[in-house]
Design a binder for this molecule. Structure first.
Ligand SMILES: [Zn+2]
Length: 122
């Protein structure tokens, strides 16, 4: 799946996919999902995970400075705190987007609640 358009809007990243789907990912969510070794840890050939201890994010860690495209298969965001080693493949991006997806439809129960609301006429 390829994005047709990726655009930072406010504190979100708006992505329009080739299949017509549109996603908005909060920049904070995007940063927290950073797939680089420093953020996600590195697995050696024996399967041991090496991970640097959780580090607090700088105040500007969720500000996007620029978005580079990588080889036509990924994007590489540059964050205001200087972090730029995360390469988000489109496939990964799609997964992050889906995970953080907010249903555009109201929850199933919403219309029911409206139906049972008493309408009194005096
Ligand atoms: Zn990272």
């Amino acid at each position: 799946m390829r994005p047709l358009d990726i655009q930072p809007i406010g504190n979100e990243l708006a992505i329009k996919w080739a299949d017509g789907a549109e996603h908005f990912i909060a920049l904070e969510t995007l940063r927290r999902a950073c797939p680089c070794a420093g953020c996600k840890g590195e697995v050696d050939i024996l399967g041991n995970l090496y991970k640097t201890p959780e580090q607090p994010y700088a105040g500007n860690a969720f500000e996007l400075v620029k978005l580079a495209s990588v080889g036509g298969y990924a994007i590489q965001p540059v964050w205001a705190d200087g972090h730029n080693t995360g390469i988000y493949s489109f496939e990964y991006l799609r997964r992050v987007a889906r995970r953080s997806e907010v249903s555009p439809k109201p929850p199933e129960s919403a219309p029911l609640l409206r139906l049972v609301r008493p309408s009194r006429k005096n």
